[in-house]
Design a protein around this ligand. Structure first.
Ligand SMILES: C[S@@+](CC[C@H](N)C(=O)[O-])C[C@H]1O[C@@H](n2cnc3c(N)ncnc32)[C@H](O)[C@@H]1O
Length: 227
């Protein structure tokens, strides 16, 4: 993302008080400016007006990136980190049709069916942090939410045994140890299994590398229901 746009979005994460904590400002500015994730997801969602459910939304950077890109679809972000949800709400006050909620995708009794969401779903850098059974439940529920023309957009590391995959896991483990993430990685999806799941559901899917200049094995996976 262009540096000016990243800085403009990051301003929403500035503390109200001049001496307040500027962590989220610097984090969002550098993340938006360096990670091809957000432009890649905006490109995948462009042209669709279906409401978007963002699972594991973190600080809600995607909502800001979409609006800055002129993509006005209704946005709802959920995450199991109450602190992030509170800060996401604070930073999104100027954005219309944006909402955030605390949800634990891994909670055994939680079901995404309770959301009654129909439209597109984003799952960005989240799947590896939830246990395999919750990954399956989440993917099945997300697929069931897709309406014709809507898109399921996933970014994830893929388990292909390569060096990039090993670096991805090592950094995810380190992020947990340093307290940047509230969970460590469990299992990274396998490309063949994901593709088979989408084929079985009658979806059209596309896998594109989305690691830019980073050393990670991050891929953008877009699955859509033919209109
Ligand atoms: C690497 S961050 C990605 C944030 C956001 N999707 C983005 O790309 O900007 C992973 C997010 O997944 C969330 N997460 C991890 N486990 C979760 C769970 N069981 N339920 C909901 N969110 C979870 C974390 O709190 C964190 O915000």
């Amino acid at each position: 993302m262009a540096r000016d746009r990243a800085r403009m979005i990051a301003t929403a994460f500035s503390p109200r008080h001049p001496l307040g904590n500027r962590h989220d400002y610097y984090y969002s500015r550098s993340k938006l400016g360096s990670d091809p994730l957000y432009p890649g997801v905006c490109d995948a969602l462009r042209g669709s007006s279906a409401p978007l459910l963002d699972l594991g939304c973190g600080l809600g950077l995607l909502a800001h990136a979409l609006r800055a890109d002129g993509i006005d679809l209704p946005y709802r972000g959920v995450d199991n980190d109450c602190g992030k949800i509170a800060r996401a709400r604070g930073a999104a006050q100027q954005l219309s049709e944006v909402a955030f909620e605390h949800v634990d995708l891994a909670a055994p009794k939680f079901s995404l069916d309770s959301f009654d969401h129909r439209g597109s779903v984003a799952i960005l850098d989240v799947l590896q942090f939830i246990p395999p059974d919750a990954q399956h439940r989440t993917l099945d529920a997300a697929i069931a939410m897709l309406t014709p023309g809507a898109r399921l957009v996933i970014r994830t590391g893929l388990d292909d045994g390569g060096t990039r995959a090993r670096v991805t896991r090592a950094v995810d483990v380190l992020s947990k140890l340093l307290g940047w993430m509230n969970a460590g990685p469990t299992r990274y999806p396998d490309a063949g299994a994901l593709r088979a799941r989408f084929d079985g559901a009658g979806l059209v899917s596309e896998f594109t590398p989305l690691y830019g200049k980073t050393p990670f094995n991050n891929w953008r996976v877009v699955a859509s229901k033919p209109g």
